[in-house]
Design a protein around this ligand. Structure first.
Ligand SMILES: Nc1nc2c(ncn2[C@@H]2O[C@H](COP(=O)(O)OP(=O)(O)O)[C@@H](O)[C@H]2O)c(=O)[nH]1
Ligand SMILES: [Mg+2]
Length: 178
């Protein structure tokens, strides 16, 4: 039963990563071992969108250069149909606040079946430069938040487990609907 369900899910799941440039999205994908499939870069709009494959899942990764307006402009084509949205922040107070804005926009476009989960990246720098720890980030964002240090190769399993945990929740939700 479990295997049937997970193979079904692996064909269907679309995972979206959204965050400002330099918060660590590419590093996260390298951690998962990256294989770039396609890439769309719109320089005039400061939008970079690419798709990578991780195991049997398709991961869509968005770089949004600042304005959450991009989310509004492009969401119809790309954001809709996501099963999970990960909002990636570098845990600086400024970036966490703009992530809050992204979440507000994203909430308007996706149904309540699509969890929005935050990744508080660069946790290695919390003690150095006033970055927010996971709990503070979660308090500001009001959504489930996982801490990460994406440059640390030993965090690979942590990231994989975060993704798998959220996928399992999707499996449970779908099973409840059937
Ligand atoms: N200290 C630290 N640096 C990180 C971490 N994750 C990413 N970086 C660095 O942040 C910079 C931007 O990362 P990148 O993955 O290119 O960001 P992207 O634009 O979101 O794809 C790079 O120099 C990374 O090495 C982290 O957890 N800790
Ligand atoms: Mg990148």
């Amino acid at each position: 039963m479990f295997f049937l369900l997970s193979s079904e899910i692996s064909r269907l799941v679309k995972i979206t990563f959204i965050g400002a440039p330099a918060v660590g999205k590419t590093t996260m994908l390298k951690l998962l071992s990256e294989q770039t499939i396609d890439r769309l870069y719109i320089p005039t709009h400061g939008l970079d969108l690419k798709t990578v494959k991780f195991e049997d899942y398709f991961l869509r990764v968005w770089d949004l250069a600042g304005q959450s307006g991009y989310l509004r402009a492009y969401s119809k084509d790309y954001l809709l149909g996501s099963d999970i949205i990960f909002i990636v922040t570098d845990s600086t107070p400024r970036n966490v606040l703009s992530s809050r804005e992204l979440i507000n926009y994203a909430c308007k476009f996706v149904g309540k079946d699509c969890p929005i989960v935050a990744i508080a990246n660069k946790q290695d720098l919390v003690k150095n430069d006033g970055r927010m720890d996971v709990k503070r980030v979660e308090d500001v964002l009001h959504c489930k938040t996982y801490g990460l240090t994406a440059i640390n190769p030993s965090e690979r399993f942590k990231l994989m487990n975060i993704i798998k945990k959220e996928l399992d929740k999707i499996a449970i939700r779908r099973r409840l609907k059937d």
